[in-house]
Design a protein around this ligand. Structure first.
Ligand code: FAD
Length: 305
């Protein structure tokens, strides 16, 4: 199939308004960096997601999921095949003590909805800028809470295009990881088990966590949050700080002077600059302290030719 035939078929599957060619991915990423997607689609139903998967399988091209782009670095050469964004699957509702959210809903909005319903459990997520799907994929967490504590089950579209229910215990949720990538699942909806609580108590906790986040994180610049996982027995930020790396700048990508665990796009950096800073930090910390810093942020896509 040639490019135009693929484009036409995708427009048959998904509302044509939500199918694009050569979409600049930097418009969808927190770092505001990265190349283009050959095809970019935004399905509005589970069935459309299933059909896109079956179609890409049939013609042998890849599909890649993009949530809110808050934990992704996409290389300057962009992504071949179809990039799928589920931001139209964003309904949130509660039934008794459970909260059900579409995978494209922001986890911040799920946390707000829980507050409005006086349901406790998602306070930790009040400042995490990802989608529900991205949060499950990463087992996102903060201030002692994580998705694993509250997820009951999720609906996913598996790599064959089937809609399947997966219980939380079957997703191998662990520190900033799950088996979603390994299985090639696409999360389309998540159900959380929460606890009825006092609105004012939930609100007080949310306000406290928001204040702590805003005072410590360089939210004034584009970034992808904490770049590295916490190495056992250490704090990544402290190791980077003690290595005197804050302020290190390559082509506009800089180790934040406010929070050493963040690398910010301070001045029109490219993905290549950003990755160079990451590698420089890893090398320096290894030399000074003998500690390997493992990336939390995911790097995908092709190098620029
Ligand atoms: C300022 C800032 C603060 C942050 N603070 C925190 C924090 O406190 N705690 C924390 O854990 N993280 C934090 N993060 C990182 C990030 O917000 C989380 O990892 C979040 O869960 C990523 O969600 P996303 O929708 O942005 O995913 P993306 O970055 O778009 O994607 C991440 C991965 O998930 C996959 N994916 C996305 N959606 C789906 C889906 N529906 N199905 C299957 N795979 C999918 C993508 O393919 C990709 O591999 C922060 C980031 C920033 C920029």
């Amino acid at each position: 199939m040639n490019r135009n035939e693929i484009y036409e078929e995708l427009k048959r599957i998904v509302n044509p308004e939500y199918v694009k060619i050569d979409e600049p991915l930097k418009n969808h990423l927190y770092t505001q960096l990265g190349g283009k997607a050959d095809f970019f689609v935004m399905p509005t139903t589970f069935e459309e997601v299933q059909e896109v998967v079956k179609f890409t399988n049939k013609i042998g091209i890849r599909h890649t999921l993009l949530g809110n782009g808050s934990n992704l670095i996409i290389k300057d050469g962009g992504i071949r095949g179809v990039v799928m964004n589920l931001k139209h699957l964003n309904a949130i509702k509660s039934e008794g003590d459970t909260l059900i959210a579409g995978s494209g809903a922001r986890i911040i909005d799920a946390s707000k909805h829980a507050l409005e319903e006086s349901l406790s459990g998602l306070e930790f997520a009040c400042g995490i800028p990802g989608t529900v799907g991205g949060a499950l994929y990463m087992n996102a967490g903060a201030y002692g809470g994580e998705i694993k504590d509250v997820l009951d089950y999720a609906y996913v579209v598996d790599k064959e295009g089937n809609l399947v229910k997966r219980l939380a215990k079957d997703l191998d949720l662990d520190y900033r990881t799950s088996n979603i990538p390994e299985n090639g699942d696409i999360v389309v909806e998540a159900t959380f088990n929460l606890k009825p609580s006092d609105y004012d108590d939930i609100k007080a906790l949310v306000d406290d966590l928001t204040h702590r986040r805003e005072s410590k994180q360089p939210l004034e610049y584009p970034s992808c949050g904490s770049v590295f996982k916490r190495p056992p027995g250490f704090f990544a930020g402290k190791l980077i700080q003690d290595s005197k790396l804050q302020g290190t700048n390559i082509g506009g990508a800089e180790v934040s002077t406010k929070h050493a665990g963040f690398i910010v796009n301070k001045d029109h950096a490219t993905t290549t600059d950003y990755i160079s800073v990451i590698e420089h930090v890893q090398k320096t910390v290894k030399e000074k302290f003998g500690v390997e810093l493992e990336r939390e942020v995911r790097i995908i896509g092709e190098d620029k030719e």
